[in-house]
Design a protein around this ligand. Structure first.
Ligand SMILES: [Zn+2]
Length: 284
């Protein structure tokens, strides 16, 4: 009997020390298409749901459904996508999942150019967060007041960040930036900046020699000196542009991928703040 007790105590201790109380293991599973959505969803609903980022090994543009992930599709009670053509792979996995789907960018005023990265403007982040909050309330109506409170907290922070950025960026002289792929058009519109990039809105597609030549000419003509790498995206093309135009690289911005917990963009709020700080430093 004593031995059984010791084993039981050890088992409980090991479960708790992994941060998994028996209750958390039974939280309903919601799938998200990439890390930024996971972060926003956790900010609002981590006490009530567990969120699984299905593109952990790539980024949301690309996704190869592995058999172990397909198992999670069968268990999941909700699926959150970005929309704006960010997930071209979705029809492929649709046959494995028949539950409710949320398009988190629903209600964002869409730009003319193809760019699904609407979350990079913090005011759009509020639209994402509100859609996610409403979706989670539908899945778990009894948690409504807690989900509303967490959303309101996040909304206030994003409004404050956005107002501060708009004021700060009003006075800067240089307003042109080069990044790896076409991902900052929403933030550019919010802050009245212009972003150029050798790659289109999907970073997996290599730029053509012609596109590369064109952007090198633009950097020279417009005297652009803010050249940024993007976290999680190959740096080769940007380094070529920097070398050809004799410019330094200003640093790394965060578009699709969060950093690990110790990095500067470990969650959505940090990602937004880090981008704004780095851009301001390079452009002021
Ligand atoms: Zn992207």
């Amino acid at each position: 009997m004593k031995n059984i007790l010791i084993i039981l105590v050890l088992f409980l201790f090991s479960t708790l020390s992994k941060g998994q109380s028996p209750a958390s293991a039974s939280r309903p599973l919601v799938l998200v298409s990439f890390g930024v959505l996971q972060s926003i969803a956790k900010e609002i609903g981590e006490d009530h749901f567990s969120f699984l980022n299905i593109s952990e090994k790539s980024d949301g543009h690309e996704f190869e459904p592995q058999p172990e992930l397909i198992k999670n599709f069968k268990k999941a009670q909700g699926l959150i996508l970005n929309g704006l053509d960010y997930e071209p792979w979705f029809p492929q996995v649709k046959k494995h999942y028949s539950g409710p789907v949320l398009i988190a960018s629903e209600g964002v005023s869409r730009l003319k150019q193809p760019d699904p990265h609407a979350w990079l403007d913090p005011m759009n982040g509020i639209i994402y967060a509100e859609n996610i909050k409403n979706f989670l309330i539908k899945l778990q109506p009894e948690a409504k007041s807690q989900l509303e409170a967490r959303f309101e907290n996040l909304r206030k922070k994003l409004v404050a960040i956005s107002i501060e950025a708009k004021t700060k960026f009003r006075s800067i002289k240089n307003r042109k930036v080069v990044t790896s792929h076409s991902s900052f058009n929403y933030l550019a519109k919010a802050l009245d900046l212009t972003f150029y990039s050798p790659q289109g809105s999907n970073a997996e597609q290599e730029p053509s020699a012609r596109d590369l030549k064109k952007i090198i000419e633009t950097v020279r003509q417009e005297k652009i000196n803010a050249l940024f790498l993007e976290h999680g995206i190959a740096s080769g093309t940007l380094k070529t542009i920097a070398r050809e135009t004799k410019q330094d690289i200003s640093g790394t911005l965060y578009s699709d991928k969060l950093t690990d917990a110790t990095g500067p963009a470990a969650d959505y709020l940090s990602l937004v703040k880090a981008n704004l700080e780095k851009l301001y430093e390079a452009l002021k």
